[in-house]
Design a protein. Structure first.
Length: 202
């Protein structure tokens, strides 16, 4: 989604006295190269939902929530989450955050994500007949195929080479690897992708 669209939505929420809520379930906790994707977009959300990378579901909220009488943080039982609140989940989540901080995995995601995006762009330049629209932030990258059928064939061929990618939209493939993925691991996947695109071009 384009930053200017999100900024316009934020402005409309402010004008309408509504809370501006962002879903960072997939993008949050470092995948895009910053702790939160909104930090790259000039946004100031009132509430952010998160999950996945911290192995539990939760939200964080700013001060505007306190303007709402009997909000969910003030009144017990007003909000529930499938993964929220379990002691074991919270201990595991804290440990994951400590590892992410200790190993500087958010900085790693930004750096290696730039490299991945550059490699994908180079692949796309060599295979313009079957790829287009390479895009991404940090390790969250994607590109398009001409159609869904070509994308699905590519996904199957990559799986046969032990490379898993996610289909998205009508004709795209996206990458959402672990924060600690290494350059050799990505290079393995990129080499398989290069071979797959060569096969498709035939």
């Amino acid at each position: 989604m384009r930053p200017e669209f999100l900024q316009a939505m934020q402005a409309m929420c402010r004008e309408g006295d509504a809370l501006f809520v962002l879903d960072e379930v997939q993008t949050g906790v470092g995948l895009t190269g910053t702790a939160w994707a909104y930090q790259q977009l000039g946004l100031e959300p009132d509430i952010v939902a998160f999950a996945k990378k911290v192995q539990l579901g939760g939200i964080m909220a700013g001060r505007r929530v306190d303007e709402v009488v009997d909000n969910v943080f003030a009144v017990s039982g007003r909000i529930n989450s499938t993964w929220g609140g379990g002691l074991a989940d919270m201990v595991r989540s804290r440990r994951l955050l400590e590892i992410i901080d200790r190993d500087r995995l958010i900085e790693h995601a930004a750096k290696i994500g730039d490299w991945l995006l550059g490699e994908l762009a180079a692949l796309s330049e060599r295979h313009t007949d079957v790829t287009s629209n390479v895009r991404g932030r940090g390790l969250m990258c994607a590109f398009d195929f001409p159609d869904a059928r070509t994308r699905d064939v590519a996904q199957r061929l990559l799986r046969e080479e032990h490379v898993l990618v996610l289909p998205c939209g009508e004709r795209s493939i996206r990458f959402r690897p672990a924060l600690d993925i290494t350059e050799p691991e990505l290079a393995f996947g990129l080499a398989a992708l290069d071979r797959t695109l060569t096969t498709l071009a035939r």
